[in-house]
Design a protein around this ligand. Structure first.
Ligand code: ADP
Ligand code: MG
Length: 255
C-alpha cells in the first residue's frame, strides 16, 4: 500500500514574510528512494521550505513537482493524498493514545465514510480493524508496541518524537519529510533514530527529505545534501563535498 517513491523537484522557490525573504530562489531535487538532507544554520529557511512542500505556506514564486505532477499551491490534505507525509520541528500530536494518533495517520487510506464508521457498518468495522493491525505493526517497527494504548501526553519526549514518525509512516508515504527528527533527543536516542530512518528507507524504498542540524546525522544518513543560509542555497552535493565547501564552513562557523 506504500505510495511509490517519485522524484521531488523544487524549482526556484521564493517565500517572503513582511519584509523578510525566508527563501530566495531555492532549487533542489530528491531522487526516488534516496535520503536528501536540507541543512543550514537557524533561520536559514528549512522549516519554511517544508511548509511550502506540504502545502501549509504558499510560495511567492517558483514551483514544486512530485512525480512530474505540479503540487504548487495544493492544500495539505491533497499533498498527503499523493503520498507525501511529514513530521514537525515541534511535536504536533492530538490528545488520546498512540493508537489514536496512528489511526489519524491512516486517514488517507481509509475508504469508509464518517457515517459508515460511526454506525459501525460491517465493512467499515473490518476496514478499521485492518488499519489498526497495520498501525500496530508500524508501532512495533518503531519500538512503540508497549505504548500503543497509552495516552501520548504521559510519554517522554523522545518517545513522542517516535510517535510522530510512526504516524507519518502510517500514511504509507512515498516521500517522508522529517523536520529535525532528533532535536532534543539524548545521544543514544539520536543514534537509535538514525538507525530507524536508515531501516525505513531500506525496508520501504521510500525517499526521505531530512532537515537536520546535526552534521554527524547527515553524514550518516544522507545521499545528497542542500545547504541553505539566509534563505539562499549555498551548496549542493554529497555530504563529503558539502562538508568541505568553504561557503558552508563560513556559514556554520560564522566566519
Ligand atoms: P529554519 O527552519 O531553517 O531554522 P525557518 O524556515 O523556520 O528557519 O525560518 C526562516 C526565516 O523565516 C526566519 O527568519 C523566521 O523568523 C522567518 N519565518 C518563518 N516562518 C515565519 C512566519 N510564519 N512569519 C514570519 N516570519 C517567519
Ligand atoms: Mg526549522
Amino acid at each position: 500500500m506504500t505510495a511509490p517513491a517519485a522524484r521531488l523537484e523544487v524549482r526556484g522557490i521564493t517565500v517572503r514574510f513582511a519584509g523578510l525573504t525566508a527563501l530566495d530562489d531555492v532549487s533542489f531535487t530528491v531522487e526516488p528512494g534516496t535520503v536528501h538532507a536540507l541543512i543550514g544554520p537557524n533561520g536559514a529557511g528549512k522549516s519554511t521550505c517544508f511548509n511550502v512542500l506540504s502545502g501549509v505556506y504558499r510560495a511567492a514564486s517558483g514551483s514544486v513537482a512530485y512525480g512530474g505532477r505540479e503540487i504548487t499551491g495544493m492544500p495539505p490534505h491533497a499533498v498527503t493524498g499523493l503520498g507525501i507525509a511529514r513530521t514537525f520541528q515541534n511535536i504536533v500530536l492530538t490528545a488520546g493514545t498512540v493508537a489514536d494518533n496512528l489511526m489519524l495517520g491512516r486517514h488517507r487510506l481509509t475508504r469508509a465514510g464518517f457515517a459508515a464508521t460511526a454506525l459501525r457498518l460491517p465493512g467499515a468495522v473490518r476496514e478499521q480493524r485492518r488499519h489498526r493491525a497495520r498501525a500496530a505493526e508500524i508501532a512495533g517497527f518503531l519500538g512503540l508496541e508497549a505504548h500503543f494504548d497509552q495516552p501520548v501526553g504521559a510519554l517522554p519526549y523522545g518517545v513522542r518524537k517516535r510517535v510522530e514518525l510512526a504516524r507519518a509512516l502510517c500514511a504509507e508515504p512515498g516521500l517522508l519529510l522529517l523536520d529535525e527528527p532528533v532535536a532534543g533527543m539524548n545521544p543514544a536516542e539520536r543514534l537509535e533514530t538514525a538507525d530507524t530512518i536508515a531501516a525505513i528507507r531500506a525496508a520501504l524504498g521510500i525517499s526521505v527529505l531530512l532537515v537536520e542540524h546535526d552534521m554527524g546525522m547527515v553524514m550518516r544518513l544522507a545521499d545528497t545534501v542542500t545547504v541553505l543560509d539566509f534563505g539562499r542555497r549555498i551548496a549542493d552535493g554529497t555530504p563529503e563535498a558539502v562538508q568541505q565547501d568553504p561557503a558552508v564552513l563560513r556559514a556554520y562557523l560564522g566566519q
